[in-house]
Design a protein around this ligand. Structure first.
Ligand SMILES: NC(=O)c1ccc[n+]([C@@H]2O[C@H](COP(=O)([O-])OP(=O)(O)OC[C@H]3O[C@@H](n4cnc5c(N)ncnc54)[C@H](O)[C@@H]3O)[C@@H](O)[C@H]2O)c1
Length: 391
């Protein structure tokens, strides 16, 4: 916890006296507005001198990655994609004109500091993700990698080990942990104004998309976001995960329901609804011994796909029924995609590792693999990576 947050917490919970109360207490609502809920990567200067190369230029590059770079005044130097239409779109829409049909040729011919890899992890492409990290690490090039790291646990470990042994920075684009309402919830938890956490839940009703098709592994691809966000709130891996994935009905979809249990007796749940059509909502609640926080996270997609306005509301247990909606000061897109990249760029040349890197992403992925194993065997499973998350 930063000194600033620790001071504020003391002030909010004690009215200025030096002693924290014995029992968890809610924050004074006016003081709560003083809390800074902005992620540091978005408030610190973002270096713009590094030469970035893109590997793959599909959907997410146009909707999240390039808007993020543009917001920071960065134009990637080069890009590689075997699809001529993808290369042409990148040139025409974003002004990236050093284009390659093969990523290895790009690495050989350009002097890059960072590769931003947005290959799919499924459709047999995870081995290529590992290969790109190996090639980048061998050249001392840092890597941003689209979530969810890779298809298998062994590939995830290999990616982290290659980055570590190559001495490069590795950041995974777990952008949802930086979504304003989710990150704000984490800020309130860490400021201590909820008291010790008792429970949290995230419910997602996607209402459209390839998640509704049986050909797509929506648990691996989409649920990983909530698995990662829940860990960013609790600051540690659960000790047990139980998941049930409903029937996957052709042409309709499926629903994932999961429970997490933590070492201190807290729990969390997630419901990912890939079947409903009339409800598009990403809602959450976290409850502690002193107060709760609830809200919605929008995805800021184009018109027909928009969800409800993002919101973050703090409700102390006493006086009963009182609540305060807190201002959210940035948008999910492009800022959450920028936050993961800014964090990596700010780490280059320092001893620091990106927040979504190394052990941290292995912890999230091990929880995802535990969830998948629980779905398979029908029993609770303990994630293989335990321990607390770094601040
Ligand atoms: N953080 C998020 O919220 C978020 C959202 C969407 C997608 N994603 C992730 O981003 C990744 C990409 O998803 P997408 O929807 O952009 O996929 P996509 O299918 O739209 O694009 C993939 C691109 O990769 C290119 N490609 C294939 N083989 C290649 C190779 N050998 N070298 C270079 N490029 C190659 C394809 O030509 C295509 O342009 C996935 O892992 C997905 O999980 C993350």
């Amino acid at each position: 916890m930063s000194d600033h947050v620790a001071d504020l917490r003391r002030k909010m919970l004690t009215g200025g006296s030096d002693d924290l109360p014995d029992h968890p207490q809610a924050a004074n609502l006016q003081d709560l507005l003083l809390l800074d809920l902005m992620p540091p990567p978005l408030t610190l200067p973002i270096p713009d001198q590094y030469r970035v190369g893109l590997v793959a230029a599909g959907r997410i590059v146009h909707s999240g990655v390039m808007p993020a770079y543009r917001a920071a005044g960065i134009t990637p130097l080069a890009a590689a994609d075997p699809d001529p239409a993808a290369r042409e779109a990148l040139r025409a829409l974003w002004g990236v004109d050093r284009l390659y049909d093969d990523y290895r040729r790009m690495l050989d011919e350009e002097e890059l500091d960072v590769v931003d890899v947005n290959l799919r992890w499924d459709v047999g492409l995870s081995p290529l993700r590992v290969e790109v990290v190996r090639e980048a690490a061998a050249r001392g090039i840092s890597v941003v990698l689209a979530k969810p790291v890779a298809e298998t646990w062994e590939q995830c470990r290999e990616i982290v080990e290659l980055a570590s042994s190559g001495g490069i920075k590795l950041g995974v684009d777990f952008n949802t942990r930086y979504a304003p309402a989710f990150y704000g919830c984490r800020g309130l938890i860490k400021a201590g104004v909820l008291g010790p956490l008792i429970s949290a839940s995230i419910n997602y009703h996607s209402a459209l998309g390839r998640q509704h098709t049986n050909a797509f592994d929506a648990v691996h691809d989409v649920c990983v976001h909530a698995v990662d966000v829940i860990q960013s709130w609790f600051g540690e891996a659960p000790v047990g995960v139980y998941g049930n994935w409903s029937r996957r009905v052709d042409g309709i979809g499926s629903v994932l329901s999961a429970t997490f249990s933590f070492a201190d007796g807290a729990n969390a749940s997630m419901l990912f609804d890939f079947a409903t059509r009339h409800r598009r909502q990403f809602e959450f609640i976290a409850v502690g011994e002193a107060a709760s926080v609830d809200g919605l996270q929008d995805q800021e997609l184009p018109g027909p796909s928009r969800m409800l306005r993002a919101s973050l509301r703090y409700g102390p247990h006493e006086p009963r029924g009182s609540a305060l909606e807190l201002p959210l000061q940035y948008a999910l897109s492009p800022q959450s995609y920028l936050a993961t990249r800014a964090d990596l760029l700010q780490c280059i040349g320092t001893d620091r590792q990106p927040w979504a890197g190394g052990e941290d992403i292995l912890r999230s992925m091990s929880t995802l693999f535990a969830l998948k194993e629980s779905i398979r065997c029908g029993l609770p499973v303990e994630p293989s990576v335990q321990g607390r998350q770094l601040d």
